[in-house]
Ligand binder design. Structure first.
Ligand code: RNT
Ligand code: ZN
Length: 410
């Protein structure tokens, strides 16, 4: 990094080297499901349950070996501390029914994580299943359906606990369910009561908080369930306030004009921790590849100015089958890294002082001025220190990989 760049930031009281060091310590959880359009390895069921992956880009990973290869290739192009994020349908060893899973079915993943120094986050897969009856799982009026998914969720938490223990890095177990109704339901209350009771049963299992946390992810609507979602934002906010659960905010799961960044300070005031799915909504889809846009920047800004990087689980969540899937993962992850870096290069104390003194012109002016500072050079320095390919060359590596490895998949 040129010393002129350091001088520029010094004028604002910012030390780019410190920003780089902070960024190195923030773990980012990278979703395995981008690499195969959430097919998973069980192949019994195709993707269903309120979400869809679109696009026919060729060379999709088929099975554990190909997926791990692509994953490693992508992760090596993403700077900083990384966690892998698995779904229950990605069992690496002797697959069993979802209600019976244990960490033993993920043994190869544990080896992969250990060998590369990654932590692992985990998700019960409460979709793509015939046990989703009338589109309902934990909120189903049928007791046997609820029992099945309660068992799957408890087993998933136990898997997370084990990951946390053996990898020495706390694991997040995130529960998202697609339960909802296409039209306005006759009875909202009993479905929500069923969900509450199922969650109470799940949280009767006392997991060791040294090794894992459990989050609940809300949504506004899904495909085929346009009128009503059982696990709404209000439902989980209240459930989290009365339980061990952590609120997970997916950036694609709110009304289009809602500002997700605005929610962060309110959640942090009443909860020790919160969790994120960094995503990008476009019309009906909540899972487009993450761009470096104002929405992402503002979420990262909030985390930094609330001094909450160590109180947040930050994970990516999107899936695009229309472009090279490895590149898709790298583009989104790098955009998240850039946004976090820009937040760390911002003189929040000065801006806060201006606000407190009523100097609103100065707040606006400084915010705009910061946009054209040479943050890109700091980013390149960060890549260099992390031993990761430059912004201007990484895609060549992916093209080569596509030619040499992916395209041979037929
Ligand atoms: C769906 C949720 C959920 C999933 C993943 C695959 O709308 O965002 O997080 O995307 O679990
Ligand atoms: Zn999500």
């Amino acid at each position: 990094m040129r010393k002129e760049v350091i001088e520029v930031y010094k004028r604002y009281g910012i030390d780019p080297k410190k920003a780089i060091e902070t960024l190195k310590s923030v773990p980012l959880s990278i979703q395995c499901w981008q690499l195969d359009d959430i097919d998973g390895f069980l192949k019994k069921e195709s993707l269903s349950g309120g979400i869809a992956s679109t696009g026919n880009y060729p060379f999709k990973a088929r099975g554990f070996d190909e997926l791990v290869k692509d994953y490693k290739f992508a992760l090596d192009l993403i700077p900083g501390k990384k966690k892998i994020n698995l779904h229950a349908i990605y069992e690496s060893d002797e697959p069993v029914d979802r209600s019976e899973i244990s960490y033993k079915n993920f043994a190869k993943w544990i080896d992969f994580a250990k060998n590369n120094g990654y932590g692992i986050d985990f998700n019960p897969t409460v979709f793509s299943s015939e046990m989703l009856v009338d589109g309902l799982s934990l909120s189903s009026p049928k007791k046997e359906v609820r029992d099945y998914w309660v068992k799957h969720c408890i087993n998933s938490i136990k898997i997370s606990e084990k990951f946390g223990e053996v990898l020495n890095e706390k694991s997040l177990c995130n529960i998202w369910i697609p339960d909802g109704e296409k039209e306005s339901p006759a009875d909202r209350l009993s479905l929500r009561k069923n969900l509450k009771d199922s969650l109470d049963r799940i949280f009767e299992y006392k997991f060791d908080k040294k090794y894992c946390d459990v989050s609940l992810e809300s949504k506004v609507f899904g495909i085929g369930v346009e009128s009503f979602t059982v696990g709404s934002s209000e439902f989980y906010q209240n459930y989290c306030a009365h339980s061990e659960a952590i609120n997970l905010v997916d950036m694609g799961h709110y009304h289009p004009t809602e500002n997700v960044a605005d929610k962060i300070s309110s959640i942090l005031l009443f909860n020790d921790k919160m969790a994120f799915h960094i995503s990008r909504p476009v019309r009906w889809d909540s899972d487009h590849v993450v761009k470096l846009n104002d929405e992402l920047q503002e979420v990262c800004d909030e985390l930094v100015k609330c001094d909450a990087l160590n109180r947040a689980y930050i994970g990516l969540d999107y899936f695009d089958g229309s472009i090279n899937r490895v590149a898709s993962l790298v583009i989104g992850a790098r955009n998240l890294v850039k946004a976090l870096l820009r937040s760390l290069l911002t003189p929040w104390e000065t801006l806060k002082e201006y606000q407190n003194e009523g100097k609103h012109t100065e707040v606006l002016l400084l915010q705009e001025e910061l946009k054209t500072l040479p943050w890109e050079e700091v980013y390149e320095e960060y890549l260099k220190e992390c031993n990761v390919e430059s912004e201007y060359t990484w895609f060549n590596k992916v093209k080569e990989y596509e030619k040499e490895v992916m395209s041979k998949r037929g």
